[in-house]
Design a protein around this ligand. Structure first.
Ligand code: SAM
Ligand code: SF4
Length: 342
């Protein structure tokens, strides 16, 4: 029996074989990047995808539209460095047209490149939120970690994003033992002083140099302890759900927020709501997938929207139950974070 109220439309929700609803689409718009973060692209860019294999804005818009018809509510543009894609704001405008159809949120993850010039334009184009990566507050250590001398530029980008009203501004720091874990209290102070949401991420085996090792992973628990030695935290009541971060406020009521993302030591695959599209049009059902699904071929071979939707539904059913980082048979995916899109 159909229990719908009159006029109510039952919309589809993409669901995987384990009953997880997929609501969150991450789109890598380029595999290029001018930074050399040691945990991501230490040796520079791998052979780039051929230009004609990179999805056009029109193709990304169409694919996003099909995903939204399947219940996707959040789209995040990432890379590589998404701001290297010329006129990225035009893609934001195009995706924002999907908001009346069920899309709730458009976000961007960036190293801050050209954000001071473009933050207001991005906001006007329909961008809701921004995440900026910042792995050190010390200029020398920043250069050591990212390979570029650009701490000041990133700090300016953060300010510009706040001024443009992109709210909240989230800051990602990958915490790596011996490299920046001594800066944890300074990062917490930065959150208190600027009001940003500071998110600490455990180092994952997705670096192109395959230099990851377990000893370098600073666990979420250690991160929290190090911060609480100076700034006691309290868990936010609305924290987690399908989010990846545990979110904390400061007990003394100071502004800012601390988020801890611990995919290695506190696996959250059971709540995963994500699916990924690479710059060259491959669907990845997990960051750690060792197989990809060629959506570009489906789109370019002339499939209609229902054909594209059918392919996406079938691929979603192949989403992995969980990653295997903590198992002895773990195989690091061939593609790195810069290609998959973090
Ligand atoms: N270039 C942009 C940036 O750096 O924000 C967007 C792409 S980057 C791949 C997205 C996020 O992935 C960044 O916040 C980065 O710190 C994170 N990331 C990259 N490699 C990682 C790794 N091996 N472990 C954990 N996080 C990683
Ligand atoms: Fe580039 Fe972002 Fe990877 Fe750093 S983390 S190398 S900025 S893609």
């Amino acid at each position: 029996m159909d229990n719908r109220a009159e006029g109510e439309i039952l919309s589809e929700v993409l669901t995987d074989a384990y009953g997880r609803q997929i609501r969150d689409l991450r789109i890598s718009v380029t595999d290029r990047c001018q930074f050399r973060c040691f945990y991501c692209l230490p040796d520079g860019e791998p052979p780039l995808a051929r230009k004609d294999t990179i999805l056009s804005f029109e193709e990304i818009e169409r694919i996003s539209s099909v995903f939204v018809s399947l219940g996707i509510e959040k789209v995040r543009l990432t890379g590589g460095e998404p701001m290297l894609r010329r006129d990225i704001e035009k893609l934001v405008t195009a995706i924002a047209r999907l908001k009346p159809k069920g899309l709730r949120d458009i976000a961007l993850t960036t190293n801050g490149f050209s954000i001071p010039e473009k933050a207001a334009l991005l906001k006007d184009s329909g961008l809701d939120r921004i995440t900026i990566s910042l792995d050190s507050l010390d200029p020398d250590n920043f250069k050591d970690i990212t390979g570029v001398d650009k701490l000041d530029d990133v700090l300016k980008a953060i300010e510009a994003a706040q001024t443009a009203g992109l709210d909240p501004v989230k800051i990602n720091a990958v915490v790596v033992r011996g490299r920046n874990d001594h800066e944890l209290p300074a990062f917490a102070r930065f959150a208190r002083e600027t009001g940003v949401s500071m998110r600490f991420i455990e180092f994952m085996p997705l670096d192109s140099g395959h230099g990851w090792n377990r000893e370098q992973v600073v666990s979420g628990r250690e991160i929290r302890t190090a911060i609480e030695e100076q700034y006691p935290l309290e868990l936010k009541r609305d924290s987690r759900g399908t989010e990846t971060a545990w979110r904390y406020g400061f007990k003394d009521g100071a502004p800012g927020e601390i988020g801890i993302i611990a995919p290695v030591t506190e696996m959250f695959c059971g709540q995963c709501s994500r699916i990924r599209l690479t710059a060259d049009g491959q669907i990845r059902t997990c960051l750690f997938s060792t197989v990809e699904h060629d959506l570009r071929e489906v789109v370019r071979s002339g499939a209609d929207d229902e054909g594209v939707a059918e392919y996406i539904r079938a691929v979603t059913l192949q989403k992995e139950a969980s990653h295997h980082i903590n198992e002895t048979d773990f195989v690091q995916p061939e593609r790195t974070m810069s290609f998959i899109g973090g």
